[in-house]
Design a protein. Sequence first.
Lengths: 404, 404
Amino acid sequence: MALLVQKFGGTSVADAACMRRVAERIREARIAGNDVVVVVSAMGGTTDELMRLAHAVNPRPDEREMDMLLASGEQISVALLAMALHALGVEAVSMTGRQAGIRTDSVHTKARIREVKPERIFRNLREGRVVIVAGFQGETPSEDIATLGRGGSDTTAVALAAVLKADRCQIFTDVDGVYTADPRVVPDARRLDEMAFDEMLELASLGAKVLQARAVEFAKKFGVELEVLSSFGDRPGTIVREEVSDMEEIVVRGVAADKEQAKITLQSVPDRPGVAARVFRELAAADVNVDMIVQNVSEDGHTDISCTVSTEDLGRARRAMEAIAGQVDARGVTYDEAIAKVSIVGVGMRSHSGVAYRMFNALAEHGVNIEMISTSEIKISVVVRRERADESVRVLHEAFGLAG
Amino acid sequence: MALLVQKFGGTSVADAACMRRVAERIREARIAGNDVVVVVSAMGGTTDELMRLAHAVNPRPDEREMDMLLASGEQISVALLAMALHALGVEAVSMTGRQAGIRTDSVHTKARIREVKPERIFRNLREGRVVIVAGFQGETPSEDIATLGRGGSDTTAVALAAVLKADRCQIFTDVDGVYTADPRVVPDARRLDEMAFDEMLELASLGAKVLQARAVEFAKKFGVELEVLSSFGDRPGTIVREEVSDMEEIVVRGVAADKEQAKITLQSVPDRPGVAARVFRELAAADVNVDMIVQNVSEDGHTDISCTVSTEDLGRARRAMEAIAGQVDARGVTYDEAIAKVSIVGVGMRSHSGVAYRMFNALAEHGVNIEMISTSEIKISVVVRRERADESVRVLHEAFGLAG
């Protein structure tokens, strides 16, 4: 008898037939003797339709109202899933984020969970019910509805698992686990049985779209064991958990490419103390998430500062950079949308040397030019032309012997 | 400078273009110097679509979950309408029933408002915002979402007008006021400039679908002046208010037909004290709203008891009646779905005699047979064959000189 948190995404509850299938799955977990808390996203397509409506009445909808609007999508899912469980004879109750005790800060459309008050969930579990919680949403201190931003339902699931001290948080998705690379790009990519939080974190933030990085951070922080598995099959998935020593035997766990990247360069900036700080302070103020940063050596007392940002943030980043350019006497701003970031990840890098060399050499052998480099303890990322991203992933997958 | 509560139904906010038109209308009220609280229903069609989804996953959905599901419809409307107002430069904020302070009892799908805590609305009005409240919903003592049942948005609007001490509660609908009869049935029916609450109450409960009876009761109880007007035109509508003496000069204000009626008869019941009480106690327990009741004179110590119920309640009424039939030694239960109730209404009846005679005589002259009769101080209702209902309305409209 365990307590499970199960999270189902929008494609898993896209219509009535899917709802019934998910309900069957939850019933199986109940029959096996588990207590179950379920987190659901909006039915696939609902969020897009609501966004379309919003933009039809206002090209720049207010964020507080956007949250009010979008949160209704999850409210619909949870009610329907509760009904589907009732139809199978399983006792169940749905809850909005607020009713589930999820309290957030006031940053609309990308709120963070501040606290979970689990009393109502516990009471219902004790009374033998499956508790179905609307993902992606919570309530602010001013009693407004806030949403957690993209992938927020994963975060809801992990936060609940942490607070409820669940035995496992199962993330059901349309893939059956985490792979050594995207199987659409690398046909012989292999499903991983397990991996460390840090590896998942790097992969999540690098564009492997299985799990939201914030959810993984949360899971790591609170020691919540995650399982990524398919809502359509019955196979066990990939377990993401605390690093154990034998995980280090594998140098590279996976290869990922992020094609939603752009490079922006502030040209010929006077090389004075404080300039870089000022640039990145302004970008932060413009709510731009900067990823890689490169500053060339100074020539004639001037330097170029380049960084990568997600294509989504590019517009804001350009406006901010252009404003700064005048203030710091830079020559101008250029940008490049035709790039991709390719990364290898593995906790084994900590104890193995020569990994970067093997990576750069493999790419060089295939004539792939490296434009920027960034490393962390367990990851090496390079920027390449976007049209060579898939090829780079295949080359690295082969070079590190990741195939099954 | 007045405080207006404006209520817009589902057809008034059916799509983005309708939303923008409603927003224009609200802006005009603001420009004219009014404070405005708006109550909105779900976009036309949304509720039906949600019901369809519910029944696709469960033929008999739980009522608490149904409320959770359906309340999302109004949440969508209020957010979109707030955005549409912002697009016109009008400050506005949306609120769920809960956020607007609407507290209900726990009777899901037909909850009653117990209390309105108006602080948040007042604060936003003071800060210069239009406040847009989700109709039809509130929060129960256990912090669940409850809906108020059919026409519940009218009730929300009137309750808010009462608590906020609004100068007027405007109900925008797809007709431009209350008519002496349904203009589709009586081509020369006339729009009324004003009428008394009691008259509206009788008409509302008699099938003139302009306003929900409960909303009118509320308005009467708290002295909220109502205006029924079209959301598509600019003409003033019908004012519904406290009776004043010159209203009595008009004997009959309007004629209404309710075709959603059925008759149910318990045959040959032993004529003993307490039998009728028992019958109607059981019907009440089965949640059946009984309208007219007729008991024939006793023959051989047995009598027939007939009553009318809405066709919606007929199934429950039959099951209850059949259970009772055995217990009270009745011969059986018959029912008749081919009836309609036709009524004339007017506060002037209180001070004028001979009204019933004129009504029955007019119907007799046209060969319409009267099957049941029921009267109140300001209303006379008769049951006729359903296929003669429209003709009866025309005859009575003519007989009482209601044409324009």
